[in-house]
Ligand binder design. Sequence first.
Ligand code: NAD
Length: 500
Amino acid sequence: MASTEISRFTVRRPAPDQVPVADLPPVGHFIGGSFVQGSSTEVIDVVDPATEKVLGSVPAGTVQDVDSAVAAAVEAQKSWGATTPRERSEVLSRIADIVEANREVLAVLESANTGKPRSVADDDISNTVDTFRFMAGAGRTLTSLAAGDYAQGHTSVILREPVGVVGVITPWNYPLLMAAWKIAPILAAGNSVVLKPSEQTPLSTLKLAELVAGQIPDGIVNIVSGRGRTVGQRLAEHPDIALVAVTGSVLSGQAVAETASRSVKRVHLELGGKAPVVVFADADLGAAATGVRNAGFWNGGQDCGAACRVLVHESVAEKFTELLVEEVGRLVVGAPAAGDDVEIGPVVSRPHFERVRDALAEATAAGLHAAVGGGVLDGPGYFIEPTVFSGVPAGAPITQHEIFGPVVTVESFSTTDEAVARANETPYGLAASVWTQDAGLSLDVPKRLDFGTVWVNSHLVFANEAPWGGFKGSGYGRDLSLYALDDFSRTKHVMINHGA
Ligand code: NAD
């Protein structure tokens, strides 16, 4: 294992091969409870971003493959939707147990396919287990308006029903966890699902299917691998799909919502983000710098809630930047299999590497100063240097658009009103954080920030009990918590005339 000092952070390469062939999932779509060959022989190669080697391949799904999966899901949902919450809870608990028992193989696959360090993959698996366990319980505690006589001589009963078949489209940054965030509430509410994983990172989702096959009712979970424009598009348009949920970029969300509108399908969108981190003069600057190091660079910054845009009070901007640069300089970059201390892996793919590299070059050309990093590492592998741009002027393009890599910008502000206005200036509205020891600011500022989650003196901490989702360009609909169960079910009012 080579270890060199470059630009102050440590780099560990090369990577030994990680995945034994026997651990790869079967090649095929998972439809009706088993793996089946697709209707086309075309395959998509799946690449390890740390080595650029092909790990395996998956079928490029077709419209016909989606139609077969939807037919299986429609059939399976009839009996699944009629089960009791307790029966569904038992199935979700079983999935949690299966994931837990296979955490090693799932973490290795996830890490090899995405390039994420093992510590991040392990965290993803633990959270996947907890999501299934939470929804196993939450599905048994649904509430609604009390039955009652709200009109003279009539009794109203509010039923909560499954919506039917749900189409799900997931991204590459947390493949298994994002699948769990959807599958768990969708099944808990009595629906069946047809899911398309990202064509770049389908392995862990297909492995989950292999592991649960025969352990859960056939056809309630179906996985069709393939591209967005074929498989994703068909999920958005299929007449037998009642709701389509996308976690991905704004462009993909818009395309799906537009297509779904033709059949007036319900849409659930978890899209991009550009989370501001507002650091007030009275904040614990050391804690804020550590918070940004952790939450800005976790998963290589490829996180929709990443702490990527710091707004710090001008009186402490220099001190804060010094602390942050010091923290980021201590990060260990490398191939996930190169050591347990690796904290930042490669970005997911060559096109994404080129996007991030170009964003760095544009920022530098615009005169921004990289206080640490600012470039890319030599291949093989798609490695970007952990980067902090300091002294970034208000309105710089890099502060508005998602880069989705290990890149943090630092701007300064003078007044609270200015901080709030500038934090809200982005087209996104997913997450933000506020760093202060002032009780008034810690309540007042979050209320004024236009983001679905606002942390105070923290960032990127999740709980299955609390909702996650955005405002504005970050989409609508909620993952996690009882609110996800609301989104994946429908209410029906039954009114009985007993006064006649
Ligand atoms: P992406 O939009 O490129 O792809 C997401 C999924 O959409 C993939 O499965 C892709 O095949 C599919 N897709 C693409 N075009 C489509 C189309 N026209 N019709 C149907 N499906 C289509 O996103 P990505 O690059 O995989 O993931 C990164 C993005 O996801 C970032 O913007 C990130 O912020 C966002 N994200 C958001 C959350 C959240 O909770 N809000 C979580 C994770 C990732």
